[in-house]
Design a protein around this ligand. Structure first.
Ligand code: FA5
Length: 342
């Protein structure tokens, strides 16, 4: 009996040693066959040898052989799982060199539109403006009607609109926020309204979804001179203190008088170049004094209050600031482009 017991212990030790040295699935399979193989496995042989042992001793030795069999089976299964997940100690030791320098994670950066948007907001916050917002899905009333763009107004053609239903649109400008703000607040106030807007428009300088920042100042005795001073200060903050500004007469249904605002070309400083088409000027925003009709639409008395408004495209500012010629680059999520703005 002690012979067989000693053999069992010897087999267990030899198996453990062999298992430690196994480094791949093929070697593990060979070890399994060697110990548990149906025809000539070491454990199988032991079971056969039990027949030579006396009846009295057989149960105890039988149990010992079974325990060995279970131990071998479990150890083989564990090793198989470890090898599959590459976690065997041997593997880790071979694959990892803890003395090597670590791999630095790639850091993300703010999107260029976010950077410009944030800069615009900061400039106006420093001038005491609050930030206001409203829904991008808007009723015809807030997007058009209340701003003086009545149903058959020819100026509605200026903006090709995405209609959700006959009465609901994706807002074509951030001017809808003006109306909500005036309905909800009492003058005096000054606010800027950044947000996404939508138009059926797509080419190298126009996108169907783009960003605007609109400004609105309402109070008593607000004049065109206030508008001019505010915009001049803003543009100098944005593009540098040498920047010059000029106003050209224009038309918006919700402002009267209205102006198109240009800045001296930020590429050539006003001398004339390809970007400004040799004019020395770049068109940057639209502005004007709030039309009395708009004040009446929100319940203000135009005899008492006056105000100015302005609006610009964030993509246009970003394209000028960074010298980007194709607006679509902002929306392609190309890391080679985006990582230049870290
Ligand atoms: C407006 O949207 C007026 N609501 C702005 C305004 C507000 C004027 C308050 C007066 C008082 P306009 O349609 O010009 O104006 O658009 C303003 C700016 O949005 C343009 O100067 C341009 O930079 C930008 N823009 C217009 N369409 C697109 C487009 N499809 N893709 C990218 N930017 C655009």
């Amino acid at each position: 009996m002690s012979d067989l017991k000693a053999r069992i212990q010897g087999i267990r030790d030899a198996f453990n040693q062999a298992l430690d040295q196994v480094e791949g699935l093929k070697a593990l399979e060979e070890l399994r066959n060697q110990y548990l193989g149906r025809k000539r496995g070491i454990v199988k042989d032991l079971l056969a040898d039990l027949r030579t042992v006396s009846k009295e001793l057989r149960p105890e030795l039988g149990q010992a052989v079974n325990r060995l069999k279970n131990t071998v089976e479990n150890a083989l299964t564990e090793k198989l799982e470890a090898l599959k997940s590459g976690e065997s100690t041997g593997d880790l030791q071979r694959k990892m060199d803890l003395t090597l320098p670590g791999v630095a994670p790639e850091l993300g950066s703010l999107h260029p539109l976010k950077v410009v948007n944030r800069d615009l907001i900061r400039i106006f916050e420093r001038m005491g403006y609050e930030v206001a917002s409203a829904s991008e899905i808007e009723t015809d009333f807030y997007n058009f009607e209340a701003l003086g763009l009545t149903k058959n107004h020819p100026a509605r053609d200026m903006q090709d609109t995405f209609y959700v239903t006959d009465e609901v649109v994706l807002r074509t400008h951030t001017s809808n926020v003006q109306i909500h703000l005036m309905q909800e607040s009492k003058p005096p106030f000054k606010a800027i309204m950044p947000g996404r807007v939508y138009r059926k428009d797509a080419d190298i300088t126009h996108s169907p979804m783009f960003h605007q920042v609109e400004g609105l100042v309402v109070g008593e005795q607000i004049t065109f001179a206030d508008l001019k001073g505010t915009l001049e200060h803003f543009l100098k903050q944005l593009f540098g203190s040498d920047t010059k500004m000029r106003l050209r007469p224009s038309y918006f249904p919700f402002t009267e008088p209205s102006a198109e605002v240009d800045v001296s070309c930020i590429m050539c400083g006003g001398k004339g170049c390809r970007v400004c088409k040799n004019s020395g000027w770049l068109e940057i925003l639209g502005a004007g004094m709030v039309d009395p009709v708009v004040f009446k639409n929100v319940g203000y008395d135009p005899e008492v209050v006056s105000g100015f408004a302005f609006g610009l495209g964030v993509e246009r500012v970003a394209m000028l600031k960074y010298g980007i010629s194709d607006i679509r680059m902002f929306f392609e999520d190309d890391l080679r482009f985006l990582s230049q703005f870290t």
